[in-house]
Design a protein around this ligand. Structure first.
Ligand SMILES: Nc1ncnc2c1ncn2[C@@H]1O[C@H](COP(=O)(O)OP(=O)(O)OP(=O)(O)O)[C@@H](O)[C@H]1O
Length: 782
């Protein structure tokens, strides 16, 4: 029926020309008039676009919310224009329905351009889905409907079908897209640290996992080959068995060849299945090891800033829980997914070949199952991430509590700790409960849908049996096949879910691997001799976490070779920060730190750390013997050198007093030794290396004040920089640099500074006779 163009009337509305088209001719039973944009008028399109954008912004609607309306209007327009083609398309049956879809598609695909520049992502997918939905439905109707039921054109259907089509498309797209929108995933639970970079896009995570797996392509390739061979054996087994049964039924008798074929098929299946399992496990183990190593090597090169907000236990929890999950993703995914996909495809095709109508109905289970699983998978991934965060946090807090058990007992904070731990465990339990509850809900929905489809299949097969279009034998075979496909689709869905979850577990790992250290460790200088002169040249520094608070401000001073220089100042004045710059734990924001006139960055990283050695007040020892701790990292060391270093550090006496002497175990972190003994061992360890520059950060006690000069004299160290609050240690230095509020307040010999009655004198007065100035922290004062 042709559109009655003469009956069209135009009117003005909001500056746009509108075409009032009577729809009676194509929407039977309705005389409604619809407002549609005139297709040829560019000005009208511009006006519509403007109106849509205006409407969106006035009503604060996102462009995605406008999309369904735009598609609906465009589809209505397309159907008006296709009206005259109905008589030609209708006799073509299924082909006509798909032709109609193809003709509607350009309208649907072009319409979202009206929303430019805010065209929502997925507009093309929505257009394709809206165009294809009635065609898919029409095809199913013609295959499964009562005999003679045509597919039906949308252009000739009641107007409600247009609405139904678009609502169904919108719902399907919503179900498909919602879980994948990054912002739609729930945040980590309160109290659980947020991720560094937000939720990664699934394809990015997928690419990362594939890139990781590529390193093991040989093992994975061999495993895949075994998988294919095992699947061939598995499929051939029933086929060969059938042949044997046929032979028996035909009274041909059992031949050695037939039995041999059955045995060969079964044996190949068993053998290659075993190899497949072993090779996939091997690949997973190798990937786990390589990822652990990659992660560890990456972490040890990170800036200190990276570790400041990152408890050690949290990192180690990630190593133990997330790395295995990610390493498992590809081997397990390939093993389960490819095998099940292959089997489901082959047997599915056999079902279509046997009974196409029934097969289409039965296979409806697939998209429905995939959609429910997909929604569940996205929910599970989000919860799994929160769960991993929560477990890592709990592990970290347990380790922290155990490490600080003395402090906890001294302040009788046991109950508080119990309470904190119980809250952490509750949080984990709640997440677990939520995961289980959602799993139960999704399983229920999935089973109800499956049951509904099975009932439909039985109902339809009953009809087909009655009208004789299938035989009982075909139906039995079909149902057996359906169960096979069903079990493989189950594995496929669960495997896909698991694959996505395992990939999601890698999010933090990829974030860590993406984190690049900012320090340049590419220096190459390794001079055979160093004097040991240090110069701080107009150094400014702020910690990355607190850019608003400068810690060192235009600091310049020198530490000369052959001297002991002391760095003094109240708490928080920046002494340890200056030492950290000298150790290149950080780089200055501006200015330079020079060793023998050359910036520290230009020295080779390991060389520099052999030349500049730091001993802290509470040094770290490793579990092992005293000897192992002192020799640590040295390839060769004479017994005499060891004894000389220990004697110089004042450690010899207590080592000899121990029952097992040098072979005494120090315990974890040196816990079986006193703090002073640990410090002396650390001094011995430093002196054994004969460093060019020895830095002692609060490592000298009263009574040790002459030691640093002795070490310089005897050549155990060329230059010594002492950081101390102890007046006796400061007084014994050759020169003093006094810092106040991150700037050099004064510098000179102790006698000169005392006579000046400035910052140094104030510092000594603050210390009283205790040996430790009672100076108030700068931070406190500020
Ligand atoms: N890692 C860090 N991140 C942020 N600020 C820091 C960090 N370490 C130290 N600070 C701040 O820098 C300032 C200088 O600290 P620093 O430890 O260098 O002082 P100090 O003179 O060695 O103090 P003390 O004598 O108590 O050891 C202080 O205000 C301190 O709070």
């Amino acid at each position: 029926m042709a559109a009655d163009v003469s009956s069209c009337v135009t009117c003005r509305d909001g500056g746009a020309d509108w075409l009032m088209v009577p729809l009676r001719h194509r929407l039977p039973g309705r005389g409604s008039r619809s407002r549609l944009p005139k297709p040829s008028a560019g000005a009208a399109l511009e006006a519509v676009r403007g109106a849509l954008v205006r409407a969106g912004s006035t009503m604060a609607l996102p462009p995605a919310a406008l999309l369904p309306g735009v598609l609906l209007v465009a589809d209505a327009l397309a159907l008006v224009l296709l009206g005259p083609l109905v008589p030609a398309l209708a006799p073509m049956g299924v082909a006509g329905v798909w032709l109609e879809a193809a003709l509607r598609l350009p309208f649907l695909a072009t319409a979202p351009r009206l929303l430019t520049p805010h065209r929502p992502p997925g507009a093309t997918a929505a257009a394709v889905a809206a165009a294809a939905t009635p065609a898919v439905f029409g095809t199913l109707r013609s295959l499964l409907g009562p005999p003679g039921a045509g597919p039906g054109l949308l252009a000739a259907a009641a107007p409600a079908w247009l609405g139904v089509t678009h609502v169904a498309t919108a719902l399907a797209l919503l179900a498909w897209a919602t879980p994948l929108m990054p912002g739609s995933l729930p945040e980590a639970s309160p109290g659980v640290p947020k991720t560094l970079g937000g939720v990664p896009k699934a394809p990015a995570a997928f690419r990362r996992v594939l890139a990781l797996a590529w390193s093991e392509w040989k093992v994975l390739g061999a495993a895949f080959l075994c998988l294919m061979l095992a699947a061939t054996g598995e499929t051939a087994g029933p086929y060969v068995t059938g042949k044997v049964l046929d032979a028996i039924r035909n009274r041909d008798g059992l031949t050695a060849g037939a039995v041999g074929m059955v045995v060969a098929a079964e044996a190949a299946s068993v053998l290659f299945s075993g190899c497949r399992g072993w090779l996939f496990l091997l690949a997973a183990a190798r990937l786990r090891q390589s990822l652990r190593l990659q992660l560890f090597s990456h972490l040890v090169h990170q800036d200190l800033d990276f570790f400041q907000g990152m408890p050690a236990a949290e990192l180690s929890a990630r190593f133990s829980t997330e790395v295995p999950l990610v390493s498992m993703a590809v081997p397990r995914g390939t093993n389960l997914l490819l095998r099940s996909l292959g089997m489901a495809l082959v047997v599915g095709m056999a079902m279509v070949w046997l009974a196409p109508g029934l097969a289409l109905l039965a296979l409806l289970e697939l998209p429905l199952g995939i959609t429910t699983r997909r929604i569940h998978s996205a929910r599970k991934q989000a919860l799994q991430r929160s769960m991993l965060e929560a477990s890592a946090r709990t592990a970290s807090e347990v380790q922290e509590s155990i490490a600080a058990i003395e402090t906890i007992q001294i302040f009788s904070a046991e109950e508080e700790e119990e309470e904190r731990h119980s809250q952490n465990l509750d949080k984990e339990l709640r997440l677990k409960e939520q995961m289980e509850l959602e799993l139960a809900g999704f399983t229920l929905i999935h089973r109800v849908l499956r049951l509904a489809i099975r009932v439909l299949v039985l109902f339809r097969s009953h009809q087909q049996l009655r009208d004789g279009s299938i035989t009982p034998g075909v139906l039995v075979t079909f149902l057996l096949y359906r169960d096979t496909v069903g079990s493989h689709v189950q594995v496929l869905l669960i495997g896909f879910n698991e694959f996505m979850t395992n990939m999601a577990a890698g999010q933090k790992i990829w974030e860590y691997l993406d984190q690049e250290p900012t320090r340049d460790t590419g220096g190459t200088l390794e001079p055979s001799k160093l004097r040991g002169d240090i110069t701080f040249q107009r150094v400014c520094f702020t910690y990355p976490g607190h850019p608003e608070r400068p810690v060192l401000k235009d600091v310049s001073f020198e530490v000369r070779s052959g001297e002991v220089t002391a760095l003094a100042g109240p708490n928080g004045s920046g002494k340890s920060t200056a030492v950290a710059l000298l150790e290149r734990l950080w780089d200055p924001g501006s200015g330079k730190v020079l060793l023998d006139g050359i910036p520290l960055q230009e020295y080779e990283h390991q060389y520099l750390h052999r030349q500049v050695v730091l001993v802290e007040q509470d040094p770290l020892l490793f579990s092992g013997t005293i000897r192992e701790n002192v020799v640590l990292g040295l390839e060769r060391c004479e017994e005499s050198e060891l004894r000389e270093a220990a004697t110089a550090a004042g450690a010899m006496e207590f080592i000899q007093g121990l029952e097992q002497g040098w072979d005494t175990e120090v315990g974890e972190l040196g816990g079986r030794l006193a703090a002073g003994e640990r410090c002396r061992l650390a001094l011995a360890r430093a002196l054994l290396r004969r460093p060019t520059v020895l830095i002692l950060d609060e490592a000298l006690d009263d009574g040790d004040e002459g030691a640093a000069q002795r070490w310089v004299r005897t050549g155990l160290a060329r230059t010594v920089l002492v950081v101390s609050h102890r007046p006796r240690v400061l007084e014994a230095a050759d020169r003093l640099v006094v810092l106040e509020r991150g700037a050099v307040a004064e510098a000179g010999t102790p006698t000169e500074l005392r006579e000046r009655h400035g910052a140094y004198s104030r510092l000594l007065q603050g210390g009283g006779g205790t040996g430790r100035p009672d100076a108030m922290g700068e931070g406190d004062r500020e």
